[in-house]
Design a protein around this ligand. Sequence first.
Ligand code: HEC
Ligand code: HEC
Length: 255
Amino acid sequence: MSRSILNLFVSSRKGKITYSLLAGAVTMGLAAPSLAVNTDPDEFEAAIKLTPDVENGKKLYKASCITCHGPEGWGVPGSGYPQIAGQLKNVIIKQLADFRAGNRDNPIMRAFSSRRALGGPQDIADVAAYVASLPMTPNNEQGFSLHLAEGKRIYDEMCADCHGENGEGDPEEHVPRIQGQHYSYLTRQFNWIRNGRRRNGDEKMIKQIKNFTPREQVAVLSYVASLKPKNVAPRGWRNHDFDGFDRSWRPMRIR
Ligand code: HEC
Ligand code: HEC
C-alpha cells in the first residue's frame, strides 16, 4: 500500500502549499492526519529500546521515505525537505513519534509516519537505524558567510551546551544533530520553534531564542550550516542500495 500512497503528491499553487495527499489518503483507506491520533507515549520508549533490523529499515525507507528525502537521505537544498541522513537514531525515533502524535505541524509527515503507513515501534526503530547509518551530504545549502564569526560567538555561548560543540547533537537527550543541515530548513524550523508552530520545541531553547534579532538568527544559523559533520560522504558518493532510483527526481517545492 505504501508505494501507491507515494504517488499522491504535494502541489504548489501561487507559492502556497496544498496537500493533495489529504484527499488521497482518505481514499487510500489511510485515515486523514487530522483525524488519526496515534498518540502512544510508550511507543517512543519502546522503539528506542528495540534492537533495529537495518535491512528491514532499508526496505521501509524505499517504500515510504525515498520519494521525498531522496535515495541518499539528503533532502533538497533550498526546499522544505530536510537532510535526514546521519541524524541520530534516537532523534529520528523521537521526531517520527512526535509527527505521529501531531506535535509537529506537518500533514505529510504525519501521514507517512502513521501506524498504517509505517507500522509499529519495531518499524520505527528499523527505519531510524537505516537513516542514521547513511553518510551526510558534502554539499549542504549554506547561509551567509558574512556573519560567521558572530554566529560562532552566539553558538558557543547559547547552543553548544545542548547541541554539542560542533552541532553533533546528543543521543541521550535526543537533541538533534544540526551541523551540516540545509540553511533554509534550519531557518524554517528555528522560526517554527520560536513561534510555537512546532509544538515539540524545547522550552529552554524557546526562551533563549525569543529575543533574537534577525541578524543574530542569520548569523547563528549560517554558522550551524557551515559546521562539518564527521560522517560526510565523499564527493560524488551514491547510495548503491537504490541504484534503480531515478535521480532526476525532485519533489514539489513546499514552504
Ligand atoms: C511526502 C513527502 C515525505 C515523505 C514520504 C517522508 N517525509 Fe519526512 N519530511 C518531509 C518534510 C516536508 C519534512 C519537514 C517537516 C517540517 O518542516 O516540519 C520531513 C521531516 C522529517 C524528519 C524531521 C527532520 C528534522 O531534522 O527535523 C524526519 C526524521 C523524517 N522526515 C523522516 C522520514 C522518514 C523516516 C520517512 C519514511 C518513513 C519520511 N520522512 C517520509 C517529507 C516527507
Ligand atoms: C536547552 C537546550 C537547547 C538549547 C540551549 C538550544 N536548543 Fe535547539 N533544540 C533543542 C532540542 C531538545 C531540540 C529538539 C526538539 C524536539 O524534540 O523536536 C532542538 C531543536 C533545534 C532545531 C531543529 C532541528 C531539527 O532538525 O529539526 C534547530 C535548528 C535548533 N534547535 C537550533 C538551535 C540553535 C541555533 C540554538 C542556539 C541559539 C539552540 N538550538 C539552542 C535543545 C536546545
